[in-house]
Ligand binder design. Structure first.
Ligand SMILES: CNc1ncnc2c1ncn2[C@@H]1O[C@H](COP(=O)(O)O)[C@@H](O)[C@H]1O
Ligand SMILES: [Zn+2]
Length: 308
C-alpha cells in the first residue's frame, strides 16, 4: 500500500513528454501478449522480460522482443489503451506518446494503420489528454524519413490535433559526427508544415544550440542510473528548462511518480518545488494554447486540495 509520502507523488498532477509506446508496455501487458503468442517466446526471451531493472544494452534486446509481440492492429490497440490507462492511474494528466510506425506484411499492418490505431485509442472516461509524435529512426535512412514525415503531415491535418509532431531517434550520432545532412530536407519539410520537432540528444552534453535557444531538456532515462543523474543535475543547476519523463516505463520498470520521488530524494527538492517542476512542464508541451490553459487551471485547483 502507498505510504502518505508515496501518495503525494501519485496525486501530484504530472505531464509526461517523453514516452515511447513499446518501451512503456508494462510487465502485466507483456504477460497478456505472451499468452496470446506463446509460440514466439523462447526461454531466453522470458528471462529478458522478467521485469527486473536492466542495463541499457539489454533494453535494446527487449525492444526486439516487444516488436515481435506487438505486430498487429489489435496488439497496438491493446497496448496503447493499457499504456494510457497506466499513465492516467499514475496521475499523468497530459501525455505525449511517441512511436515508430511499422508495417508487418503477415498481419496486414501498415504504417498508416499503425498511427490511425493509436489515434483512436483514447477513451473518454480516462482523465488524461493524449497527443502523439511520429518517430523517425535515423538508422532507417533518408527515404523512410521523408515518407514518415509525409505520413505525419497527413495526420497533422486530419487527426483533430492528436498528431502534433515528429520525434527523431538515434540522433546523438548525427550531432557527434555530423552525418545529419541527408535528414535535413525531411526535417525542413516537417518544420514547414507545422509539425513540432523533438530530438533525442542522449549523452551529448551542453550542446550550444540547446543552451542558446532554451530548448527544454527532458530527462528521459531513469534517475536511478548514475550517468543520467549527473546529466539532469547539469542542466537543472543552470536553470535550464527541465522536464522529468520516463522514456520507457515498462522496459526500465519505473513510472513518473517514482521518477519525481527519485528527483526529490536525489536533489533534496521540496513538495512545492516538485509542484513547480510539474507545472512548468505544461509550458513545454506541444499542445495548443487552450489545452495548456486548461491544464494550468487543473494544476491550480488540485494544488489547493493536495498541497497544504
Ligand atoms: C535510452 N533510451 C532510448 N534510446 C534510444 N532509443 C530509444 C530509447 N528508448 C526507446 N527508443 C526507441 O523507441 C523504440 C521503442 O518504441 P516504439 O517501437 O517506437 O514505440 C526503440 O526500438 C528505440 O528505437
Ligand atoms: Zn527516448
Amino acid at each position: 500500500m502507498d505510504t502518505e509520502a508515496d501518495l503525494f507523488y501519485r496525486q501530484l498532477p504530472k505531464v509526461e513528454l517523453h514516452a515511447h509506446l513499446n518501451g512503456s508496455v508494462s510487465f502485466e501487458t507483456m504477460e497478456t501478449l505472451i499468452k496470446r503468442k506463446p509460440h514466439l517466446i523462447e526461454h531466453r526471451m522470458t528471462a529478458i522480460l522478467s521485469g527486473q531493472r536492466r542495463a541499457l544494452h539489454e533494453c535494446f534486446q527487449v525492444f526486439k522482443v516487444i516488436h515481435q509481440l506487438v505486430d498487429s492492429e489489435e496488439d497496438i490497440l491493446m497496448v496503447a489503451k493499457a499504456v494510457i490507462q497506466e499513465f492516467a492511474a499514475d496521475g499523468v494528466k497530459y501525455l505525449e506518446l511517441r512511436s515508430t510506425p511499422r508495417e508487418v506484411t503477415e498481419t496486414g499492418l501498415t504504417k498508416q494503420r499503425y498511427i490511425e490505431t493509436i489515434r483512436q485509442c483514447k477513451r473518454e472516461e480516462v482523465d488524461i489528454d493524449v497527443r502523439f509524435l511520429v518517430a523517425v529512426d535515423r538508422r532507417h535512412g533518408p527515404e523512410v524519413a521523408m515518407d514518415t514525415v509525409k505520413l505525419a503531415e497527413d495526420f497533422l491535418l486530419s487527426s483533430d490535433g492528436i498528431v502534433v509532431g515528429l520525434d527523431l531517434i538515434s540522433i546523438s550520432l548525427i550531432l557527434q559526427v555530423g552525418h545529419g545532412k541527408y535528414l535535413l530536407s525531411a526535417l525542413e519539410k516537417a518544420k514547414n508544415c507545422g509539425l513540432k520537432l523533438a530530438l533525442h540528444l542522449s549523452e551529448v552534453r551542453a550542446h550550444g544550440n540547446v543552451c542558446k535557444q532554451n530548448i527544454p531538456i527532458g530527462k528521459s532515462f531513469p534517475l536511478s542510473n548514475g550517468a543520467f543523474k549527473h546529466h539532469f543535475q547539469y542542466w537543472y543547476k543552470r536553470g535550464h528548462p527541465c522536464v522529468l519523463c520516463t522514456d520507457d516505463k515498462g522496459v526500465f520498470c519505473t513510472d513518473l511518480s517514482q521518477e519525481y520521488q527519485l528527483a526529490a530524494s536525489t536533489f533534496g527538492l521540496t513538495q512545492e518545488t516538485l509542484w513547480m517542476l510539474s507545472q512548468q512542464s505544461i509550458g513545454y508541451t506541444f499542445a495548443p494554447e487552450p489545452i495548456k490553459q486548461r491544464l494550468e487551471k487543473k494544476w491550480v485547483e488540485l494544488k489547493q486540495q493536495i498541497l497544504q
